[in-house]
Design a protein around this ligand. Structure first.
Ligand code: GDP
Ligand code: IMO
Ligand code: MG
Length: 422
């Protein structure tokens, strides 16, 4: 399979967890390289549902090494409960799991700052997951953050945390937030550090050793292209590079060792949180929510839904260098008589074939739609390309062509065996 980067080609929640689980069969190592526990990746094994937030989705397969790379921000208390939760469900998390010693740590003051900044923004809020992601990456870039290597060294943790809490509490007080207790945080984080210490390693060296042994690495993207701090709909984005370039910086594996990029996209569009979503549509939102679908895996919020947006996925193909497409949730459109696809945006007299950079311009764009006849047949039992209704095949071919990459997988349900290799 070689080294493969898997990215979300829309606004997150494209079904990356499911596709990672399918592709992991042919990989040796799975690496998370960006984001934190703002992510929620869903995998079904039979009827059992697993939602992974920090641990790579590859953990559900035996004999795969799972790595949290340096580009991730880690809430240690969240990670401990994710590990023990999986272990209680009978999943092995031991020597098959490694955490980078240079990944940054999320503290309670990051979560509190995240919440206070949202309150201050009022109606302009981002709609974050309130997991402290933005403030934790902020500290990393400002060179004042603590890393996993600091967490597992009690003396260093105490000294550095004491300084950070002083500054953070004064900011929190000024914003009207709740200061955090140094004593409590130190006790909780020392306990988590002790638990996590056996997992913490130099993951850059570890990954290069794996490559020297000829092992194949799968890079598990979190979030999606338009939540990327540089390439997304700023400021309605997350705080990391979620796009393919992030896989290199967030793991220490250089660009020339990357062989392939797989883009995951839904057969329609969803977004959770605030910010522009040009093809948003009430009818399709009601339809999907009525089916009990499209509620957030991390926060439970109802996702906003809309028609497939090929301007966005074309742009994602360009920015990530997507070779292959995995289209998920095709079955969500089984009952729609006329399916719309956005082929371009119009803004006054200007036509856009790629995403405009300015979120205000994007919010004012009108989608230009093409229409496709729906197949009006259940697809969830299809196992092969030929078993899909001809109109569903035509739809998939059209969205792949508009997106500008090769159709690789069509997914017709959450389970492993509801995956068609095209
Ligand atoms: P991720 O964050 O990209 O991993 O995606 P999420 O897990 O947050 O959300 C995707 C949702 O779609 C999950 O509930 C998956 O179980 C589900 N899913 C993925 N592929 C399919 C599919 O082809 N059909 C259906 N019905 N559900 C799917
Ligand atoms: P996965 O990996 C969908 C969104 C939040 C908010 C914005 C910023 O499951 O696809 P943050 O807490 O990161 O500061 O929030 O980004 N967001 C996601 N939306 N899927 C995700 O992850 C997301 N992670 C963050 O809703 O709009
Ligand atoms: Mg998700």
């Amino acid at each position: 399979m070689a080294n493969t980067i898997l990215v979300g080609a829309q606004w997150g929640d494209e079904g990356k967890g499911k596709i990672i689980d399918v592709l992991t069969e042919r990989a040796d190592v799975v690496v998370r390289y960006a984001g934190g526990n703002n992510a929620g990746h869903t995998v079904y094994l039979g009827k059992k549902k697993y939602v992974l937030h920090l641990i790579p989705s590859g953990i559900l397969r035996r004999n795969k090494l799972c790595v949290i790379g340096n580009g991730v921000v880690i809430d240690p208390l969240g990670l401990v409960s994710e590990i023990t939760g999986l272990q209680k469900m009978g999943i092995k998390v031991g020597r098959n799991f490694v955490v980078s010693e240079t990944a940054h740590v999320v503290f309670p003051y990051h979560r509190e700052l995240d919440a206070q900044r949202e309150v201050l923004k009022g109606k302009n809020k981002i709609g974050t997951t309130k997991r402290g992601i933005g403030p934790a990456y902020g500290d990393k870039v400002a060179r004042v953050g603590l890393r996993m290597g600091d967490l597992i060294d009690p003396a260093r943790l105490e000294a550095r945390l004491s300084l950070r809490i002083k500054e953070s509490n004064s900011v929190l007080k000024a914003l009207g937030g709740q200061p955090v207790s140094f004593k409590q945080v130190l006790a909780d984080y020392n306990k988590a550090g002790k638990f996590l210490k056996p997992f913490v390693e130099n993951t850059v060296v570890l990954l290069h050793k794996a490559m020297r042994r000829g092992e194949d690495i799968l890079f598990e993207g979190a979030q999606g292209t338009f939540l990327d701090i540089d390439h997304g709909t700023y400021p309605f984005v997350t705080s990391s590079n979620t796009t393919a370039g992030g896989a290199c910086t967030g793991s220490g594996v250089p660009p020339h060792r990357m062989d392939r990029v797989v883009g995951v996209l839904k057969a329609y569009t969803t977004r959770v949180g605030e910010g522009p979503l040009p093809t948003e549509n009430q009818e399709i939102s009601d339809l999907l929510h009525g089916m009990g679908r499209e509620f957030g895996a991390t926060t439970g919020r109802a996702r906003r839904c809309g028609w497939f947006d090929s301007v966005a996925t074309r742009h994602a193909t360009m920015v990530n260098g997507i070779d292959d497409l995995a289209v998920t949730n095709l079955d969500g459109l089984d009952t729609v008589a006329t399916i719309k696809v956005c082929v371009a945006y119009r803004h006054g007299k200007k036509r856009y074939d790629y995403m405009p950079n300015d979120a205000a311009v994007l919010a004012a764009c009108e989608p230009v739609y093409a229409e496709f006849e729906g197949w009006l047949t259940p697809t969830h039992k299809a196992k092969t390309w030929k078993q899909l209704p001809p109109k569903a095949r035509a739809y998939l071919k059209a969205i792949a062509e508009l997106t500008g990459a090769k159709l690789f997988i069509a997914s017709v349900g959450p389970a492993r065996d509801q995956t068609i290799f095209v």
